[in-house]
Ligand binder design. Structure first.
Ligand code: 3PG
Length: 218
């Protein structure tokens, strides 16, 4: 049985990012996978779950996990506008992740009272999210946009911003990102491969989640 930290109320972006080294970026095609997948991740010590709005069943999956897996903290990813943020929070999402940023998405997160990891890839986008009051962001797409070297460079002018890089991260390069002081966690789809989900191999997903606990450098 995994012991989790007590979370602050209200939930903060910082708490979302520091709960575990990896936030799984999840694409669910089949509603029947939602609950066993969430249970498998939780059993491996991973409870912050980013369910992406990339499939028709995503909102229903959020509702089911919220109802049936109380240890999980359901978040929503691929939020591209305010209406999607509202629908996801109504379906149980406790945090939002967006692949890019608009002030509309920022305002929706504030109105809804949930933490947002706004997507940024350039200095101008960083300045915009900071101007709108955010202290944490998703760096996306992390590897194509400049990788760990880019985040190292961001730490100079934007020392107060904490990052969750995602996009192209796996066990091979996660440690390079997690070693940076401005990186609080990474995101990635490798904890929930579609092949394992289709095969119903939940034990393998628990194992991937458990392995990811060791990625943060000492
Ligand atoms: C995301 O939306 O954050 C990325 O698609 C995840 O990228 P990955 O599949 O390369 O981990």
């Amino acid at each position: 049985m995994v012991m989790f930290k007590v979370l602050p109320t209200p939930l903060t972006a910082h708490a979302v990012m520091t709960d575990a080294p990896v936030i799984p970026v999840i694409v669910l095609d089949d509603i029947a996978h939602a609950v066993p997948m969430a249970r498998a991740l939780v059993a491996g010590g991973v409870r912050m779950l980013e369910i992406t709005l990339r499939t028709a069943v995503a909102l229903d999956c959020m509702k089911k996990i919220t109802a049936e897996v109380p240890e999980a903290v359901v978040g929503v990813g691929t939020v591209c506008n305010a209406a999607q943020a509202e629908a996801a929070v109504a379906a149980g999402a406790k945090f939002l992740v967006s692949p890019g940023y608009t002030s509309d998405i920022g305002a929706a997160a504030k109105r809804l009272g949930v933490p947002l990891l706004p997507g940024v890839a350039t200095g101008s986008e960083v300045l915009q999210v900071m101007a709108d009051g955010f202290t944490a962001a998703k760096f996306f797409p992390a590897v194509p946009a400049g990788g760990a070297a880019m985040l190292k460079a961001f730490a100079g002018p934007f020392a107060d911003l904490a990052f969750c890089p995602t996009g192209g991260i796996s066990t091979d390069n996660a440690k390079d990102f997690l070693a940076l002081p401005n990186v609080k966690c990474v995101g990635g789809s490798w904890l929930t491969p579609s092949k394992l989900m289709a095969a119903g191999d939940w034990a393998a997903i628990t194992q991937l989640a458990s392995q990811s606990q060791g990625l943060r450098s000492a």
